[in-house]
Design a protein around this ligand. Structure first.
Ligand SMILES: Nc1ncnc2c1ncn2[C@@H]1O[C@H](COP(=O)(O)OP(=O)(O)O)[C@@H](O)[C@H]1O
Ligand SMILES: [Mg+2]
Length: 162
């Protein structure tokens, strides 16, 4: 298999391809990682997360948590141990206090968990500096999307390393 680049972009034509990219990305994730997804309503954030969750061994149905802030699923790490998968949707979040009140920052730091955050661009200051940044954009036709990603440097607790 070709190496998964730390920064690149792909074009997909259909939800199945976006989910397939999510399954590929899942193989690059380690416990403690956070994936920050941004993009308009309908861009495909939930679709991509469904692929990531499947790749992480989540067997439950993953839906958009738009009416709640957080859904928690159980997946499986490479080592075969249980992995918590935290699916956040910040769309309706009014203030960063709300996120802190539910203990989100501890979830972000959970060394046994992976956080997947929709509408991450709404609260950039709360995200750890070291994360996967993914931006989804609509394309020329209804089924086309461009997905750009990069892995940012820094330690897990917010300090940039460079
Ligand atoms: N290439 C594509 N990638 C992802 N979703 C797509 C694509 N083409 C069409 N779609 C459709 O767009 C919608 C994306 O919805 P969703 O993943 O819930 O977006 P978001 O979470 O960003 O609001 C779905 O109905 C999906 O079937
Ligand atoms: Mg969504």
């Amino acid at each position: 298999m070709t190496e998964f680049p730390a920064a690149s972009q792909i074009h997909t034509t259909g939800a199945a391809q976006t989910a397939a990219f999510g399954r590929q990305l899942a193989m690059e994730l380690s416990p403690g990682d956070l994936v920050a997804l941004s993009g308009d309503l309908g861009a495909g954030k939930t679709c991509l997360i469904q692929g990531i969750a499947e790749g992480l061994g989540v067997t439950e149905v993953v839906n958009s948590p738009t009416f709640v802030l957080l859904n928690v699923y159980t997946g499986r790490s490479d080592a075969g141990t249980a992995l918590s998968v935290y699916h956040f949707d910040l769309y309706r979040l009014a203030t960063s206090d709300e996120l802190e009140d539910i203990g989100a920052l501890e979830f972000f730091d959970d060394p046994q968990g992976i956080s997947l955050v929709e509408w991450a661009e709404r609260m950039p200051e709360l995200l750890p500096a070291r994360r996967w940044e993914i931006r989804l954009e609509h394309g020329a036709t209804a089924d086309e999307r461009t997905i750009c990603w990069q892995r940012t440097a820094g330690d897990a607790h917010g300090e940039k390393t460079e």
